[in-house]
Design a protein around this ligand. Structure first.
Ligand code: AMP
Length: 278
């Protein structure tokens, strides 16, 4: 496995490889969710590239950029074991050199949910992802459904800007007890981790209600809220039931719906989601 630290090195490695390339963009501190993306890329493409870059542009001023967990040695060992051809691991100044002044501004699909709670987040995501696509030049790029809105923002950007690659979604990987894997789970104490199970439990409750015939968004949200509020350290940022493609809020589940939520457990903000059909 090779390591590229500059865009020029990355391009050189890419051009040495014939055939198709799959890209897995990450912020590192890898877990089985990231590795599921790598395995999907390995299955589809002749070669796989992973990128590791903690992108300051997608963190707000009061977010966890400075304490975001990092373990590049372990990440590289995991990626090597998965058969990744090369890793793009740039320094901050390689991605945002002095004078950097152009941004990708996503539209309506970036406005609600995470976009509302984290102003500027998707502008940062879209900009770095666009740069990664231009530097690595993959045929396909793999994104987790864990970040459902991010997947939609990136897919819309690729369509709108005629970027020559395909975006491939990968299902959420969970621990056996239901907690969606996230690099941020490392912030949780064992008691907080137990309380964090309320996110996935509330989504299972919502699925069960819909399966039992409930279609009223208000009552589903109320039941979810009730379940989460039992946990002493849980503070709900949002619970949303929205059209799964436009992300416009629904009052009735009469079409495929994305049920998503963001909840703070102590100081740690967690997200999760599921899609239900009417
Ligand atoms: P991150 O390093 O958190 O930016 O995540 C990098 C990629 O891994 C994104 O496409 C995420 O959606 C994806 N990802 C993170 N956690 C999971 C998970 N539990 N299951 C599937 N994909 C995930």
């Amino acid at each position: 496995m090779r390591i590229a630290r500059t865009a020029a090195e990355c391009r050189a490695l890419r051009s040495e490889l014939g055939g198709s390339l799959g890209l897995v963009p990450t912020m590192g501190y890898l877990h089985e969710g990231h590795l599921a993306l790598v395995r999907a890329a390995r299955a589809d493409c002749d070669h796989t590239c992973a990128s590791i870059f903690v992108n300051p542009a997608q963190f707000g001023p009061r977010e966890d950029l400075s304490r975001y967990p990092r373990d590049p040695e372990r990440d590289l060992a995991l990626l090597n074991a998965e058969g990744v051809a090369f890793v793009f691991m740039p320094e901050l100044g390689e991605v945002y050199p002095p004078g950097f002044d152009t941004w990708v501004e996503p539209g309506a699909v970036s406005a609600p949910l995470e976009g509302k709670s984290r102003p500027g987040h998707f502008r940062g995501v879209a900009t770095v992802v666009c740069k990664l696509f231009n530097i690595v030049q993959p045929q396909r790029a793999y994104f987790g459904e864990k970040d459902a809105q991010q997947l939609r923002v990136v897919t819309q950007m690729v369509h709108d800007l005629d970027l020559p690659l395909e975006i491939v979604p990968v299902p959420i990987v969970r621990d056996a007890d239901g907690l969606a894997l996230s690099s941020r789970n490392v912030y949780l104490s064992s008691e907080q981790r137990r309380q964090a199970l309320a996110l996935s439990a509330s989504l299972r409750l919502a699925r069960a209600l819909v399966a039992g015939g409930e279609r009223r968004v208000r009552s589903i949200k109320a039941r979810m809220r009730g379940l989460i509020q039992r946990e002493p350290e849980a503070a709900i940022d949002y619970i949303s039931i929205a059209d799964s493609s436009t992300l416009a809020e629904l009052t009735t589940i009469d079409r495929p719906a994305l049920i998503s939520l963001a909840v703070r457990i102590g100081a740690t903000r967690l997200i999760d989601n599921t899609v239900v059909l009417p």
